[in-house]
Design a protein around this ligand. Sequence first.
Ligand code: NAD
Ligand code: GLY
Length: 387
Amino acid sequence: MLVVQSIAKNLQMPYDYKSIFKVVSDIKTIPVQLEKRSYSIYLDDNWESLFQEGLSSIYTKDASDRKLLLITDENVANWYQQAVEEQFRNLGFTVTTAVIKPGESAKTLGEAEKLYDIALEANLDRQSLVVALGGGVIGDLAGFVAATYMRGVPFVQIPTSLLAQVDSSVGGKVAVNHPKAKNVIGAFYQPQSVLMNVSSLKTLPKRELSTGLAEVIKYGVIYDESFLSWLETHMTDLMSLDLSLLSKAIQRSCEIKADVVSQDETEQGLRAILNFGHTVGHAIESSAGYGSYTHGEAVSIGMIVETRITHLMGMVPAEYVNRLEAVLIGAGLPVTLPDVDPNVLIGWMRHDKKNIGDKIGFVLPVGPGRVEVFHNVETDIVLEALA
Ligand code: NAD
Ligand code: GLY
């Protein structure tokens, strides 16, 4: 892990934040309503306006003695570390940056412990800020560190992968993995602000763009059939990195997620619908070994298997399964299962967090744009859908 210590530039007092940034025009703001824990998501294509809009309301006073731990990975640091550090220094922060190895294997308690060490060495206190700059791995790990260091310090998400922009940076789920199960050590810990620069998708590998699109398509299936149709119409342009259309897709995805999370922050009921495709998807990820499939690829196959289950139960026509297959294939995603014993997959599904007792929980489509949670699906039907 590389640690870079940078000292804040001296700023003249009183600190006039607005004066050093240019005027913002078309930034999009999506509120996440959670009473005292409410915050906003800011979406634009440049860092300056994002920082102006997304942090000026939080850090209006002099911040020259504030410390900040920026957590990122090597790939993202390569492109965005400098620009983001500069924005925070302009705000008067002393920035310490930890750059970790990319990939799911970083989401561990061991890695979190190294980050606590760095935070202590940099004298981070309860007023200090932890910032996640990266994909979902960095967001989940940095959020976990923010939630636990000194029993919780302020946290800002700067998601750079599409998956992180449409899903993991919103809603406050933070976690590390246990060797026996994914995301089982964690918390609900909301950020103070989420800054999304859609331009960062320009450097995202194509496979990671597809993985984010799986979650985008998920929102259409669970919540908004007209959004699903819109995605079908524009998938080729989205895949060609049309930033204006991607921005619209991110905005609608975040609106849907914010709406669901505002109604059920800690997943007592409704929030479970965000896990459509994930019961089977997590089983695929676990059985294949993490890293073989990206999260979105596994969820893509999971969405098809779970729609097949609901078709076998007589709730949606075969055409709906075909429709979802077509849009997922258009997004460059797999829709067929790997060569694995279906009973092994069912074994993994028995560890799913949605289960009640020994009943596997599934989120199943019951019509276009609508899903419901089921705990009574016959194992024979699951096996047939997996066949
Ligand atoms: P990731 O964080 O591993 O990022 C994918 C890859 O893209 C990495 O190699 C990363 O370095 C690289 N990358 C990211 N942004 C880039 C950019 N702009 N340019 C170039 N490279 C870039 O994976 P992910 O798909 O973003 O997130 C997956 C993780 O998110 C999983 O751990 C999953 O459990 C978690 N997740 C959490 C939630 C939640 O609600 N907290 C929801 C969904 C997924
Ligand atoms: N990604 C599922 C959730 O945030 O609840």
